[in-house]
Design a binder for this molecule. Structure first.
Ligand code: SAM
Length: 274
């Protein structure tokens, strides 16, 4: 018997019009929908008049449920995986089922669609050429600080998911550890009260403290600045050392060690000196 397929179906992150025609088609065609919260997904299905059996697949039952779902697909049934919002597998439980299905030889077909992270990134105005998705920072202050310290030198634009009751303390830690970098805070994306604030982390922190912001949010922070290599007058440094009695070879070695200038460059400069 031919095995079924696992379809990864992204759903709107607020505005129901953001569901794609293809996701609707697949939801209508599969044998079963595995949803993070079946009551939540039922509202979506009712809105689009889709009637399908559903089963729950959430962080507390992934261990038992994953193998059961895989078995159903091995028996020929196709399953659509949806999370509460956005792209299943991004900061929600979908990833385990996807990995398990791949391991068991089930075909996995992903459909494109909404994800809060990419949307917040592109409207942040910060560089998009390279970025790092950090998901949720740890909720405990000390762990959060450690996590931020680990990425302090990351040059790519950083994307964080955050909850409203932790936003002020997270922004404060970001400001303390990353410095007053350019950033954006997007909340309630695609919803009625959608807004994006842009500016330094200090400004965003004061807004978060003053306004007691509500709703779902994404913080995007610019990466660490490239540190310009120190401007060194290599020949002058070499001359000082030679005048002090060092051999050329020793002087080259010393300039490389102290100033971090590439050895080749120091060597070439040394050839012009007596
Ligand atoms: N799988 C989802 C995705 O692809 O975006 C993310 C799920 S994660 C459990 C939920 C987090 O996503 C929220 O805490 C928030 O950081 C972000 N998020 C989801 N919807 C959002 C929205 N409409 N506006 C801003 N952030 C949102």
């Amino acid at each position: 018997m031919e095995a079924g397929t696992l379809y990864i179906c992204p759903t709107p992150i607020g505005n129901l019009d953001d569901i794609t025609l293809r996701v609707l088609k697949i939801l209508g065609e599969v044998d079963l929908i595995a949803a993070e919260d079946t009551r939540h997904t039922l509202r979506l299905l009712n809105h689009f008049e889709i009637k399908k059996p559903m089963t729950s697949y959430h962080e507390h039952n992934i261990r038992e449920k994953g193998p059961q779902l895989v078995q159903q697909m091995q028996e020929g049934r196709s399953i659509a995986l949806v999370s509460d919002a956005g792209m299943p597998g991004i900061s929600d439980p979908g990833q385990d089922l996807i990995r398990l299905a791949i391991r068991e030889g089930i075909e996995v077909v992903g459909l494109p669609g909404p994800s809060a992270a990419l949307l917040a990134l592109v409207i942040s105005g910060l560089p998009t050429e390279k970025f790092a998705f950090e998901g949720f920072l740890p909720s405990k202050g000390t762990d959060r600080k450690k996590a931020l310290e680990r990425i302090r030198d990351e040059k790519r634009t950083l994307i964080f998911y955050e909850s409203p009751h932790r936003i002020a303390s997270s922004l404060k830690d970001m400001l303390d550890i990353l410095g007053d970098r350019q950033a954006s805070l997007s909340r309630e994306l695609t919803k009625h009260f959608e807004e994006t604030m842009r500016g330094g982390l200090e400004k965003l922190l004061s807004v978060a403290e003053e306004r007691n912001l509500k709703g779902e949010m994404v913080v995007v922070v610019s990466g660490a600045e490239e540190v310009e290599p120190e401007e060194v007058d290599v020949k002058r440094e070499l001359r000082k050392l030679l005048d002090g009695g060092m051999s050329k070879k020793e002087a080259v070695k010393e300039v490389v060690r102290v100033h971090g200038v590439p050895r080749n460059q120091v060597y070439q400069d040394s050839l012009d000196l007596d």
